[in-house]
Design a binder for this molecule. Structure first.
Ligand SMILES: [Zn+2]
Length: 376
């Protein structure tokens, strides 16, 4: 099983879990702690990846990530800007795309050690998320396959950025299981957001099963945002079982899958414990990689003659999203006066400490999603 990573994933100077843990997981893979997994470098597709990111995010925001100016945009994901942030964003997005390419071309599971994806919006970052690699990969995959692309997001927090970017996109389904209302939203179309407050193991796993049952039968790629930050609300054993069930379901249903690490914090774990949790994801999919029947691989190689050749197929059509018309309250693109008012009201974008304290203290009551419309 190919797992994408390179040292640019940890390029930002700002050091904390989201910008560092992938190197530790990569070390564990290199040390042979995940049988059947091998690291692969997505560097070869960087140029195409930059083009694809430019079709999904606002040019002003991308410019800010590259230059550091204006700082409120360049640092909108929640940490100090330096040139490594753009390098990290492009390389870790390339990893998601490369893994998606492997899955679509061969039918075998693949993954990227990327984190910091699902809160990123069209015109800004949010909640430690810089570029929304889930949306970029979903849009790319939808241009490659005739059936559905489904995103299953089990990060503790809600994927409001993915929701904003995808909206009710044809052939892309967004299923979101959260245990915390941070970045919640009103799902559109067939999309679903399920927020479980302090679920027990049975309830949590039943919801995983139910959401899997909602994946359309013509799904040709499942993009799995495998957050480990439901811990400690959800136990380690339960999260390991979640990974086993998702991997088994993909094998049984013959759905190609790409996974990313997503959230996981040191609020209740040390780094070794956090890495161990993320390794559960890799192990679950590596185990099922061995169970992918040769007959299935035959089917996939017909879909993509030649299988995976280490390159990313460029989409044949423009994959730009329509520019979102709704900007969320934590969007720094709104004017300063409005920002001040929102700050006063306590609605400014989340900071690292507030996100950490939410993770530590357990989820607050779900609140209705709050939107700031540019048209009213
Ligand atoms: Zn999270």
């Amino acid at each position: 099983m190919k797992v994408f990573y390179n040292t640019e994933y940890v390029a930002p100077a700002h050091a904390f879990e989201t910008t560092r843990k992938s190197s530790q997981v990569a070390e564990a893979v290199t040390a042979g702690r995940v049988q059947g997994a091998e690291l692969a470098d997505p560097q070869a597709i960087i140029d195409l990846c930059e083009e694809l990111i430019a079709q999904v995010h606002d040019p002003d925001y991308i410019k800010a990530l590259k230059t550091g100016e204006p700082s409120y945009l360049a640092e909108s994901q929640g940490f100090a800007w330096d040139p490594g942030i753009w390098s990290m964003a492009v390389n870790s997005t390339a990893g998601v795309l490369a893994a998606a390419e492997v899955a679509v071309a061969t039918g075998r599971p693949s993954g990227s050690l990327s984190s910091g994806l699902h809160h990123a919006r069209y015109s800004n970052g949010s909640g430690y998320c810089t570029v929304n690699g889930l949306a970029v990969a979903a849009r790319w995959a939808a241009a490659q396959v005739a059936g559905h692309v489904t995103i299953l997001d089990t990060d503790a927090h809600c994927g409001g950025g993915t929701h904003q970017l995808l909206d009710d996109e044809e052939r892309i389904l967004h299923l979101d299981l959260s245990v915390n209302s941070f970045d919640c939203y009103e799902p559109v179309g067939d999309n679903e957001l399920s927020i479980l407050i302090n679920p027990d193991e049975t309830e949590y796993l039943a919801e995983v099963d139910r959401l899997l049952s909602r994946v359309p039968s013509d799904t040709e790629l499942l993009i799995y945002n495998a957050g480990m930050d439901p811990y400690p609300t959800v136990t380690r054993a339960c999260l390991a079982e979640r990974e086993r069930r998702v991997a088994q379901w993909c094998t049984e249903q013959r759905v190609p899958v790409v996974f990313v690490l997503a959230g996981g914090y040191l609020t209740a774990l040390d780094m070794e414990g956090l890495v161990d949790l993320h390794l559960e994801t890799l192990r679950a999919f590596a185990d099922h990689d061995h169970q992918t029947a040769p007959a299935d691989l035959e089917t996939f190689s017909k879909t993509r003659p030649g299988g995976w050749d280490g390159r990313l197929m460029a989409p044949q059509t423009d994959m730009s999203f329509p520019t979102p018309t709704t900007i969320w309250i934590d969007d720094p693109a709104i004017n300063q006066e409005d920002m001040d008012l929102l700050d006063e009201a306590g609605f400014h974008h989340e900071t690292r400490s507030s996100l950490g304290s939410i993770a530590q203290s357990g989820p607050p009551d779900p609140r209705p999603s709050r939107r700031w419309s540019t048209t009213t």
